[in-house]
Design a protein around this ligand. Structure first.
Ligand code: UDP
Length: 184
């Protein structure tokens, strides 16, 4: 694996992509054309030698908090949300592998038939070999979000930067899509 060229500021990064990004123009689910666009951007940087971790959200398919508000048990709803992140991770894996990027999906909830379990040192090894590692199922516990998962994995992997690709352009006092008074 060549060293990252000097014009790249970071050698190892974690990119968190929110589920909503993967919806494209749809109001729900996975838009594979959009997944392909994100995958192509990731591939471009990975080919330059930057080591890339991905954490994909699940909000395009299932958001635990909103279902809990509708009367579902919060922990159960959150587990369903984590399953949604695994589906998104597999979609992203497919898109990357299709264009020749080696990937591994590691899930915080063991699911032996479709993904590796999360093993920190194994994930490190994949990165060193130039594979893009996709971390699925957040931190593997309810009452968290994939943002927490992204921060945790970035720290564990010793990433130089944690980047976030989302449909909101910064940190607001409230959800700017719902609250017109939210300030950035
Ligand atoms: N989730 C969870 N624990 C985690 C990560 C995710 O319980 O460690 C659940 C939670 O219900 C969350 C859903 O999975 O709403 C989808 O993740 P998130 O909302 O972070 O996705 P994003 O907003 O990035 O699309």
């Amino acid at each position: 694996m060549p060293d990252a060229p000097s014009d790249f500021r970071y050698k190892r990064v974690l990119l968190k992509v929110s589920g909503e990004v993967l919806m494209g123009d749809q109001s729900y689910g996975i838009d594979m054309k959009t997944v392909d666009v994100v995958a192509a951007a990731v591939a471009r940087v990975a080919r330059e030698g930057v080591e890339i971790c991905l954490v994909i959200g699940g909000g395009n398919i299932f958001r635990g908090l909103s279902k809990a508000a509708e009367g579902m048990d919060r922990a159960n709803a959150d587990y369903m949300g984590m399953l949604a992140t695994i589906m998104n991770a597999l979609a992203m894996q497919g898109a990357l592998e299709k264009i020749g990027v080696d990937t591994r999906v590691q899930s915080a909830i063991p699911m032996a038939a479709i993904a590796e379990p999360y093993i920190r040192r194994r994930a490190m090894r994949h990165l060193e070999k130039g594979r893009v590692v996709i971390f699925a199922a957040g931190v593997g516990a309810p009452f968290f979000t994939t943002d927490s998962g992204a921060a945790l994995r970035a720290a564990e992997m010793g990433c130089d930067a944690l980047l976030k690709g989302t449909s909101v352009d910064g940190v607001y006092t409230a959800d700017p899509k719902k609250d017109p008074n939210a300030t950035r």
